[in-house]
Design a protein around this ligand. Sequence first.
Ligand code: NAD
Length: 480
Amino acid sequence: MKKILNYIDGVYTEPVSGQWLDNYNPSNGEVYCQIANSNSEDVANAYHAATKAFPAWSHTTIDERSRILLKIADLIEAKLDNLAAAESKDNGKPLLLAKAVDIPRASANFRFFGNAITQFASEAHESIGLNTMNYTLRQPIGVVGCISPWNLPLYLFTWKVAPAIAAGNCVVAKPSEVTPMTAYLLGEILTEAGLPPGVLNIVHGTGPSAGQAIVEHPEIKAISFTGGTATGASIARTAAPMFKKLSLELGGKNPNLIFADCDYEKMLAVTVKSSFANQGQICLCGSRIFVEEAIFPKFKNDFIKKVSQLKIGLPSESSTNIGALVSKSHLEKVESYIKIAEEEGGKILFGGKRINIPNAENGYYLQPTIIEVDDDQCRINQEEVFGPVVTIMPFKTEKEVLAMANGIKYGLSATLWTTNINRTMRLSKELEAGIVWVNTWLNRDLRTPFGGVKESGIGREGGFEVLKFFTEAKNVCIHY
Ligand code: NAD
């Protein structure tokens, strides 16, 4: 059976641990390969390779670093079909989605940071009248750790490692053990692009084993993590007393605020996507839908109708809108929330049931699910489900919907549907979220800051923000 090996010092290697995990194909529930389950010794080896590579890489010219990153971007693009097929098989997402979004975006991440690093500059401050000049150096940190989740596997993995190496760091990175395949395939691309051995090391394995070993390693100076809020808290407990730099991109439970004055057809079409794209497994999906009373009955009918037309099927089929959930345990978690919603009085308007796909009876398929609630504080409205489940609820006033949108521990993104500019200005300022989309969703310019507030995380990725995270600012003060 195929084995997913670590990529350390530019070479694919078996784990020292000698341990392996099963890798499941969510579309049919079958084990189709084995994953290295690395331990602290594997992480120590990866660290050793990274620290050995650091002096040369941190002194490599910006032009050369940029050239290599752009080459990696080109190679990902050239292998789009293979990578998309691998991503779809590993994750259960529709192949067309992996082709249109995941893999192009992974390539774009390397291209963007390959270019951005050529424009990243430091500041100088002349203390006029004091014969003093200050300038700021932005120096790479050293060896940094990057840990990513399973929902957008290569997309989120590269969103971290590309800026980390562009800024001159060397990296020990761990993709999710649930979806390790495309990060594994990235290894050969790195070699082909001429990335020096040791600059980017990829270790596989579970969070408690490989992930914890990265976080605990005394010489890994910064941790960039994307995943669940509970895991983020556990990482912070380990890393904070070690004074590591930390970037935490965590969970969300994002509100959609839909006003009667919106562009209705556009709102409806986009809301179907923001609810169920990638089986609802995007941290930015809008899972709490608040609709102004005047259009609530119409929205309810139209939304159910549109959602009922989504085709659930094999990820490999081009007609599929909704593929499989990522794992059996995740499917069970999502189902348990549907049960909770029913128990607390939620009305299932559509979906809620598993689907049997012919010849893939053991796959993890679930209907897109719409639940009407009358209390925004109920559990289904407060806790992250991270699956194809949304709630809908009417509201009367702007003040009321703002209180409900903000009445939660999370604050990742919010989507506002209105054509009223004054309302847009007011609410955009008041919404407690790192990202506010107005009359659009998942519209991304990679230069913009990306991250959450409250329990959705600390720090910002994207653009120069992340290049600042992956460098230390040092002020040099010269008196003349
Ligand atoms: P998770 O927290 O279970 O795992 C994420 C990663 O952390 C995996 O690689 C895992 O192996 C590793 N990990 C687990 N325990 C660890 C530990 N103790 N030490 C170090 N590493 C550890 O999350 P998941 O289930 O893979 O992903 C789903 C979650 O990710 C959701 O909550 C979702 O909202 C969140 N997410 C957030 C963003 C964002 O940008 N804010 C983006 C995507 C996903």
